[in-house]
Design a protein. Structure first.
Length: 565
């Protein structure tokens, strides 16, 4: 938007003054004291054989344009102060034309990106760590799609293996024929309780025997396994609906692990892999500092990496993706380095198209979550807690609302607060979970942003207009209005950066900035009771633009933008 014009002006100035053609014109947002937009000349100092400040001064002297109030050279930067009226006209006109599609780009046009996220084990319910994974996955889908990509949302359900057998043998021993219905429990929680009851010392041999029986087609084990997994899937469906997670394709480890064995067998025959005396199969990655990696156990059963080899092969064949992203916690970084190296050695084309987007742990006040010890915050429980906390806030503010309306608002605010709290943290960082802080209507929270959107909806409702026909851009002459306009200008760049860095927290922090700028403006200036009709209209137009951007960004993050709080 504004930056396009500044980039063009700078290119012309450098060509005129130094006879060079700039390919790279990266603009920054300086301290408002210096201007609205800045360009660093430091990277040109060596080629032009002069100081950055001299370059900036000579370029600043060259620039004369009606869209710019002033140009200054400070510490090697060219600083631009945009004409107030020009800034307002450019920003307001474009946003009102595009509405909540403002900022949408085609930087990833025709890119087909396969994203794997969630991918739970069917021995327990989804917990808060899974919630972080799902929120990151869905928000990244929103960002990539808004930037023009075709995103294929997938997960692999880890429905077999030793962990699944632990729940199964514990149920055989302690279940006494109970079902989720007879126990009055959600299916995934019911199965997860038996995983916690499993005793490593006394029952491990039973779990190993059950796994071998499963792989050999034992009907009794298979029937119980299917029944228990069906309970888990029923539970997952409800949780995914609450979290807002969707998938284009589910893969099941039980259906693909044999393909992985075939790939390993071929690698063994070609000499890429090797077997040890106990019959286990390995790959040696010591030459790239990754040690040996187990591919098939001595008893012939497969491991996670066996499955991942098969999964990548099937996905590439089915979707012919341009890139494949695994969204998995950072404790699996070694696993994916090894996996991608094996892709490369096997000659798979997607070896260079695969990446691991890791994220940090979620900590409780007392420390790390541990499923085997039952020390977890289940996703279902935290969703209910957040909705209840939001309900308490709503009842304090609006005690006379209907029960139905309170429920609707508490869901939008509670789940929105949970998502925002998790997404505002850079993925690579760990999170220390505090639900009460997350649901606050004040501070760096989701409800604070949602409330800004709802406030504008209320203003527009009281104004009884859906659009503003005539706008006098010269009326937007206050510092607070200019701050809002400059913040709106940044939206496109924030979206591009969040896409390039695969980081939704950039959008969250931008939303906090925009909400704060709008609230400062709103508290200092009247909107519906402004001095003149043209003043009212110009401020309504500004409010409407903020509303569109807030709604757009929240929807990209898969957070509801409520019209009433």
């Amino acid at each position: 938007m504004i930056n396009d014009g500044i980039q063009k002006i700078l290119k012309q100035a450098f060509n005129s003054e130094f006879g060079i053609s700039l390919d790279r014109v990266d603009l920054e947002n300086p301290d408002p004291v210096f201007g609205d937009v800045a360009f660093s000349c430091h990277f040109l100092a060596k080629d032009l054989k002069m100081s950055p400040q001299e370059i900036a001064s000579r370029v600043a002297d060259k620039i004369k344009d009606k869209s710019i109030d002033s140009v200054s050279a400070v510490s090697g930067y060219v600083n631009f102060k945009i004409s107030h009226e020009f800034l307002a006209q450019k920003v307001i006109t474009e946003i009102l034309a595009k509405k909540d599609k403002f900022g949408k780009s085609d930087i990833l046009k025709k890119e087909k990106i396969l994203l794997e996220y969630s991918s739970p084990n069917t021995n327990k319910p989804l917990h808060l760590g899974h919630a972080r994974n799902n929120f990151l996955g869905m928000s990244l889908c929103g960002i990539l799609e808004f930037c023009g990509a075709k995103v294929i949302k997938t997960q692999v359900i880890n429905d077999r293996g030793i962990h699944i057998m632990k729940s199964l043998v514990a149920y055989e021993k302690f279940g006494k024929g109970a079902t989720p219905k007879s126990a009055g429990a959600k299916g995934d929680h019911f199965v997860g309780d038996f995983y916690v009851k499993f005793d490593e010392e006394t029952m491990m041999d039973d779990a190993r025997s059950a796994l071998l029986g499963w792989e050999n087609g034992d009907k009794k084990i298979l029937n119980l396994w299917k029944k228990m997994n069906s309970w888990v899937y029923q539970g997952y469906a409800k949780t995914y609906k609450e979290l807002g997670s969707e998938f284009d394709k589910n893969y099941y480890e039980s259906e693909i692990y044999l393909y992985g064995k075939d790939i390993v067998e071929k690698g063994l025959k070609s000499g890429l892999f090797y077997s040890k005396a106990d019959g286990s199969v390995w790959v040696n990655l010591e030459d790239i500092g990754l040690d040996e990696k187990l591919l098939i156990r001595s008893d012939g059963t497969s491991v996670y990496i066996t499955q991942d080899l098969a999964l990548a092969f099937l996905r590439a064949k089915t979707f012919k993706f341009d890139s494949m992203i695994y969204l998995v916690g950072h404790e699996q970084e070694y696993h994916f380095k090894a996996l991608f190296e094996i892709f490369k050695r096997l000659g798979f084309a997607w070896a260079q198209k695969s990446s691991h987007l890791s994220y940090g742990l979620v900590f409780l006040p007392e420390g790390k979550m541990k499923s085997r010890e039952g020390k977890v915050v289940d996703a279902d429980d935290i969703v209910e807690d957040m909705k209840n906390l939001a309900l308490q806030e709503i009842e304090k503010r609006f005690p006379n609302l209907s029960k139905k309306e309170k429920s609707k608002r508490s869901r939008a605010i509670g789940i929105g607060a949970l998502k925002f709290m998790i997404l505002k943290i850079t993925p690579s960082q760990s999170i220390h979970f505090d639900p009460k802080e997350a649901v606050s209507f004040e501070g760096a929270t989701g409800p604070y942003v949602q409330y800004a959107h709802a406030r504008i909806c209320s203003i527009m409702s009281r104004a009884k207009v859906k659009k503003v026909e005539k706008i006098d851009f010269s009326e937007m002459d206050s510092k607070e209005e200019r701050d809002v306009l400059n913040c709106l200008c940044r939206y496109e760049k924030v979206l591009t950066l969040s896409c390039e860095k695969m980081n939704p927290s950039l959008i969250c922090n931008y939303l906090l900035d925009l909400s704060a700028c709008f609230n400062t403006f709103y508290h200092k200036h009247k909107v519906l009771k402004a001095e003149t009709k043209s003043k009212i209209d110009s401020r309504l137009a500004l409010c409407l633009c903020v509303k569109y951007v807030l709604k757009s960004a929240l929807e990209i993050l898969k957070i509801e933008a409520p019209e009433k709080m």
